[in-house]
Design a protein around this ligand. Structure first.
Ligand SMILES: [Zn+2]
Length: 87
């Protein structure tokens, strides 16, 4: 069982910025010399997010090379540039 997520009260600085992990208001910016879990609401949520990256639950979107419409467009573009377009 996971421990309850510590919730922080929203501040004017944090308004509009939501924790990507739990959707609560983000922690306020760090004061001079301090640390802030921003854009997360707490250090725990930051660690949860880091854990998701490590487990491969996040991925960078990539172009699907098997998508024929993209390949066809690239071939047509190359042929047009080379001036030897067929048909
Ligand atoms: Zn959170």
């Amino acid at each position: 069982m996971t421990p309850p997520i510590k919730k922080t009260k929203p501040t004017p600085e944090a308004e509009g910025l939501k924790c990507p992990t739990c959707d609560e208001a983000a922690a306020p910016p760090a004061v001079a010399g301090g640390k802030s879990p921003r854009p997360f609401c707490s250090a725990r949520c930051a660690e949860v997010d880091l854990g998701r990256w490590f487990r491969g639950q996040y991925a960078i979107p990539a172009v699907d090379a098997a998508d024929d419409t993209i390949v066809d467009a690239m071939i047509a573009e190359t042929e047009a540039a080379q001036g030897r377009r067929e048909e």
